[in-house]
Write a protein that binds this ligand. Structure first.
Ligand code: C2O
Length: 364
């Protein structure tokens, strides 16, 4: 079949809630980009960064480790503040950066080549990891460009470690704060990666901290190792073109800790659990990018644990490898990125500072 991709000329308004997420409310919104004066954007093919001293490796560090690196924090805050002050239509603006999530995850484009209007959505399928890898990849490069630092790297929210298991302090200050968070869930309360919408509806009470930490580690082991031995259980179901736009088979990590931590951070007293607790608004919160950097790292770790070296793909299937998305890069060029280019972190010149993996010893 033909690979999956969005048809850029089909951007339309979307419902803020998709699927059967039991949110209290929803509304219609339009998150489409402004079209260029010519009406048609110019698309370039993505080029991997040059593997030389010209492209330094960006080493991503745990958010709780960079807390004492004042110089780094000043740079990160400065980049975000520049981003927030750009005209809202600029592809590098904070506004446009966050709308990418609404576009691709609420289904604002239709699938290219599909008969009829089938929304293109990247959640709950095998497109989940690669799409979000590119999302943070470009966000990071744009931030770096705005402050003239081509080695700038995003921090990752290391909630799979004992010291990183609460909302990072650096995200509650300055440009990285977001008022729309659940005030009961700020540091030092450990995250509950087993929180669900059903539990919230039933009147959620935060459990004892030690008990929660043990639960988190056990669930991480379950979702990274035990329950993720079969490829599709981890990567998500094989979304095929056409159909109804979804195969609805989330990978283990997409459910927990991914979805659960969105819900954990979002303010459940707001109608749609904004910001982090709802897809359309999630990327307005700066901590979104640290959350997704960690999800990205968990993908890289899983590959290592399961013997996928270098660019060896999880699915040797052109349908997956050639599926593509569009992002504005750091030069504000619109580029077409293929899943195959997301697979190898080394080729993207990104790396994760290594830390202990306490969950790896949490075999039940
Ligand atoms: Cu597109 Cu954290 O989700």
């Amino acid at each position: 079949g033909i690979p999956l991709s969005p048809n850029l000329s089909t951007c339309h308004s979307v419902p803020s809630q998709i699927g059967d997420t039991p949110h209290k409310a929803f509304h219609e919104l339009n998150c489409c980009p402004a079209l260029p004066d010519s009406g048609k954007p110019i698309i370039k093919d993505f080029q991997l960064p040059t593997p030389s001293a010209v492209s330094p490796i960006r080493v991503r560090r745990p958010a709780h480790h960079v807390a004492r690196d004042k110089e780094y924090l000043a740079k990160y805050n400065k980049a975000v503040s520049i981003m927030k002050r750009l005209p809202p239509d600029h592809p590098h603006s904070w506004h446009r950066q966050s709308q990418i999530h609404c576009i691709y995850c609420n289904g604002a484009y239709n699938q290219a080549g599909a008969a009829g209007d089938v929304p293109f959505m990247i959640h709950e399928s095998w497109l989940f990891f690669s799409f979000h890898r590119f999302y943070v990849y470009f966000h990071e490069r744009i931030l770096g460009k705005l402050i003239g630092d081509d080695a700038f790297a995003l921090p990752y929210w290391n909630y799979d470690s004992l010291d990183g298991m609460s909302i990072p302090d650096i995200y509650t200050e300055g440009q990285l704060n977001d008022e729309k968070r659940n005030a009961r869930h700020l540091s030092p309360v450990p995250v509950a990666i087993d929180i669900t919408p059903e539990k919230v509806d039933a009147g959620y009470v935060e459990p004892d901290a030690d008990e929660q930490t043990a639960t988190n580690l056990a669930l991480l082991y379950q979702h990274m190792v035990l329950g993720a031995s079969k490829l599709e259980l981890f990567m998500g179901c094989k979304l095929r073109p056409g159909e109804d736009g979804a195969c609805s088979g989330m990978g283990t990590i997409e459910t927990v800790p991914h979805n659960s931590l969105h819900l954990w951070v979002g303010n459940t007293d707001l109608p749609e659990y904004e910001d982090m607790g709802t897809i359309y608004a999630a990327a307005r919160d700066p901590v979104f990018y640290a959350h997704h950097t960690n999800i990205d790292r968990l993908w890289a770790l899983w590959r290592r644990l399961h013997g996928y070296r270098g660019s060896r793909p999880e699915f040797d299937d052109p349908l997956w490898l050639d599926s593509h998305f569009y992002f504005y890069d750091e030069n504000a060029d619109l580029v077409r990125v293929r899943v195959r280019d997301a697979i190898d972190m080394d080729m993207l010149r990104c790396a994760y500072e290594e830390v202990d993996l306490p969950w790896f010893d949490a075999r039940p």
